[in-house]
Design a protein around this ligand. Structure first.
Ligand code: FAD
Length: 254
């Protein structure tokens, strides 16, 4: 759906990263973890292309949250929105994470801003209390991890930072074998380098590992083919067929 959503609140949650709540009841009701919105990041048609952002959270009062790094023109514009401003959003789009009913132990792996969709997934999975969820929550520096209290209490969070300033000093892939053993399903969002490393890990072999790809995309609807990737099942469009794919299906050499 295409809607004009009012900004409810906006704050810098971590350095260079903002949490923006929009008033969007229809999207909140339809959203599934791993889906994304295409945001018009300007007053008119400049910039022409909408920017894709994952749905970070929803709430029962019709709020939809985005968590985004300010990296360029579009996200800078979005960062300047204040409560009451209107934002043009299209979504929810794409196919999100597929959680099996019989999965009991679940491992989530977030690299940097990859925490955005995984926080929503953790929230949904712990809501019913039927799953044990462990989150490997990694970032370059401790200050770039979500602040305490922003993740559902029922999730076991393992903080990791490359500089060692919060949690263990390591990459998520360095400690994955300590946590993957019991996991019935693994869900990840992070940089492509993390996925390539995961694809080589013995401890993940034979497991269902779903990853969300942050490919550059233009339309978000499957019309322009900008985000096409190669998979074992043929060419796929990240916006329409993903952004979530089985890790083992992705062919990395383009
Ligand atoms: C399905 C999907 C979900 C996403 N969810 C989030 C999210 O929840 N939070 C978040 O912070 N970002 C997310 N991204 C990345 C986000 O879309 C880009 O950071 C954003 O479009 C940049 O727009 P800009 O105009 O500010 O920057 P631009 O001026 O367009 O680019 C600035 C810099 O950002 C890089 N960049 C642009 N697009 C991407 C991209 N798709 N992936 C990686 N780097 C990019 C460019 O290479 C350049 O270095 C997601 C991307 C996809 C495809």
């Amino acid at each position: 759906m295409l809607i004009k959503a009012n900004v409810r609140s906006s704050l810098e949650l971590m350095p260079g990263t903002r949490l923006l709540w929009l008033d969007a009841p229809a999207i909140a009701a339809a959203a599934h973890p791993g889906q994304f919105l295409m945001i018009r990041c300007g007053e008119d048609h400049d910039p022409v292309l909408r920017r894709p952002l994952s749905i970070h959270r929803t709430n029962s009062s019709g709020g939809v949250a985005l968590l985004f790094e300010v990296v360029g023109r579009g996200t800078r514009w979005l960062a300047e929105r204040v409560p009451g401003d209107c934002v043009d959003v299209l979504g929810p789009l794409g196919n999100g994470f597929m959680v099996r009913d019989d999965a009991r132990d679940v491992l989530l792996v977030a690299g940097g801003i990859g925490i955005a969709p995984l926080a929503f997934l953790a929230e949904k999975m712990t809501e019913e209390g039927k799953k044990r969820v462990i989150l490997l929550h990694g970032a370059r520096r401790g200050e770039l991890l979500l602040p305490e209290g922003q993740l559902p209490g029922a999730t076991t969070v393992v903080d990791l930072s490359e500089d060692g300033s919060r949690g263990r000093r390591c990459l998520a892939t360095d400690v994955m074998d300590e946590y993957a053993g019991e996991a019935d399903q693994v869900f990840a969002c992070g940089p492509a380098a993390m996925y390539r490393a995961m694809a080589e890990l013995e401890c993940l072999k034979g497991k269902s590992v779903q990853v969300s790809l942050e490919e550059r995309m233009a339309c978000g609807l499957g019309a322009c083919y900008v985000c096409t990737i190669r998979t074992t099942k043929g060419l796929k469009q990240v916006c329409r067929d993903g952004p979530v794919f089985e890790l083992a299906d992705i062919l990395w050499e383009r």
